[in-house]
Design a binder for this molecule. Sequence first.
Ligand SMILES: [Zn+2]
Length: 197
Amino acid sequence: MWFAVSGGQMPRELSGMRWVSRFPTSTSLDDLKGNFRQNAHAFVGALRAAGATVTIAATYRPAERAYLMHYCFRIAKGGLDPQRVPAYPGVDIEWAHRDQAGQVDVARSRQAAREMAAAYAIVRQPALASRHTQGLAIDMRIAWTGTLRLLTEDGTEVAIQSEPRSGNNAELHKVGETYGCFHRVPKDPPHWSSDGR
Ligand SMILES: [Zn+2]
């Protein structure tokens, strides 16, 4: 059964896999916000013009998705009581599954949350608010071969010969900064944002 009714409230849809495809994360630079949108377009444009391959995995993440990811992970891995999850506007999810007697079934609730967390491919606890939910971050894979001759924002050519030939390259980070695109989290190789966070 997909809907749970409690205490005369409107029925809410039980947690589970169906939620994962909703509120999708954008992969378009056009969904970024403010100056960062132009900055990201300029930086990615320069990379592609220089012959680098840029594969964008994520830009803007709706706050609704961040809420679903955050709480399914906490129920699945953090032992959070499914009845204690705060509601979120526009996301009519019921985290607490019940048995036939109407009692909260914690094991089933946790199992549904685990399936969601696995489908989201969550590694560590997602933040409720992040540069992604603000439209100020990109996850992208960057690769090139040989020397990357890349233009900075003011048109100066930088020949990058160092390794790795990826988003973790320190010289590439310096060029990114001229565009207002910052990479400062080494253990999150694809992540670039308006301030590196
Ligand atoms: Zn990211």
